[in-house]
Design a protein around this ligand. Sequence first.
Ligand code: 13P
Length: 248
Amino acid sequence: MHPSRRPLIAGNWKMNTTLADAHILADGVRQELEHEEKVDVVLCPPSIWLGFLAERLGPGKVAHVSLGAQNCHPEMKGAYTGELSTEMIKEVADYVIIGHSERVQYFHEKPDFLLHKIEAAFRAGLTPILCIGEVEQVAGSTKKLVQELNHIVRSLTHAQLEQLVVAYEPVWAIGTGNVATPEYAQEVISLLRTVLTEKTRILYGGSSNDENARGLLAMPDIDGFLVGGASLKLKSFVTMVKIADQLA
Ligand code: 13P
């Protein structure tokens, strides 16, 4: 972490939780993290729960705890069955995850499509959390990743790059327990920063939890986490935020 950037910890619940689970988790986060005001906390439940949770956590409710969607469509409205526009999401959330590797893998989302989604997010006043990460750790994979990121963000303004949140999520670390070492994550993230700005918040994601959070957050370019599995466990997630708050 670096004192010039406000830490951000987002929980990506993916396609998990019943409505009852979602209420329990969100209420727990709100109660246990009431005083951790130095950290931006973002909960990204399945979109169908956003409207319910927004009554307690939505835009303008609890200053440092916000909601985010896990995906969006770039068009404002129209014949796109099953999709949600950023204008719709803005009614109930402040953030949107874009380009998660699971969407790239299973739904074949392409870089230009991701750029359109980022632009749509900014148009609606949402903060995009753009995911990027190599599938395998092979020679040249980091260089390719920096080029890939540069290609996606190339037409954004400096002000948009400052507001954008980027999540570095090595695919080999997602859901595997095989977390990247702090040194490796720092090295890649510092290179990703060369095509962003000093103000852009860059998160690490991939088997992050309450046990490895402190070591990763000790790195100067890691500004928080995009948490998967551990965000479904109230105690783990809350502990991660408390650690970031202590270090901030
Ligand atoms: P895990 O934390 O379960 O590895 O998932 C990371 C992730 O994909 C968050 O978006």
